[in-house]
Design a binder for this molecule. Structure first.
Ligand code: HEM
Length: 130
């Protein structure tokens, strides 16, 4: 199966797991005070819904969708706006992979590798807008 399809199915299992987004933000916020600082004024329940769609955009991009949604994220996360420095995406990726391993009961080394491939491709588009 292609990396994009492995990821699509894994993401389906993650989204069906009720605490997936709570656990992601718990791990992500715990990873650095820089991250916590960025989210001090954020409505986290709304943010969880936004991220659900944001990850879907990354997955769809790997399946051949145009990159316009990711370019828009690149703009909102750019230096002039949210100012999300490129190295912070490493913490994001680590927190997400940890959460996937916890919630996708079928997760194995191949699935983790497929996620890395898919996410890195989309993250590169977002970072290029910094
Ligand atoms: C907002 C997705 C990485 C911090 C958002 C939104 C989405 C999103 C969909 C809401 C819409 C928007 O503002 O454009 C993503 C995805 C990421 C990512 C898919 C990874 C590929 C990061 C990282 C940080 C971050 C690494 C670092 C702290 C924020 C903040 C907001 C935001 C502070 C605004 C929260 C608010 O409204 O108060 N993100 N994001 N994001 N993101 Fe990200």
């Amino acid at each position: 199966m292609s990396a994009a399809n492995l990821v699509m199915q894994s993401y389906g299992r993650c989204c069906a797991s009720p605490a997936f987004f709570d656990d992601f933000y718990r791990h992500f916020l715990a990873s650095s005070p820089l991250i916590r600082e960025k989210f001090v004024d954020t409505d986290m329940s709304a943010q969880k819904q936004l991220l659900r769609q944001g990850i879907m955009n990354l997955v769809m991009h790997a399946r051949g969708m145009p990159d316009s949604k990711l370019r828009a994220l690149g703009e909102s996360h750019s230096r002039q706006r949210l100012d999300i420095r490129p190295e912070l995406y490493d913490l994001w990726l680590d927190a997400l992979l940890l959460t996937i391993s916890e919630h996708d009961k079928e997760c194995d080394a191949d699935i983790r590798q497929a996620w890395r491939e898919v996410l890195n491709k989309g993250i590169a588009v977002i970072k290029s807008g910094y």
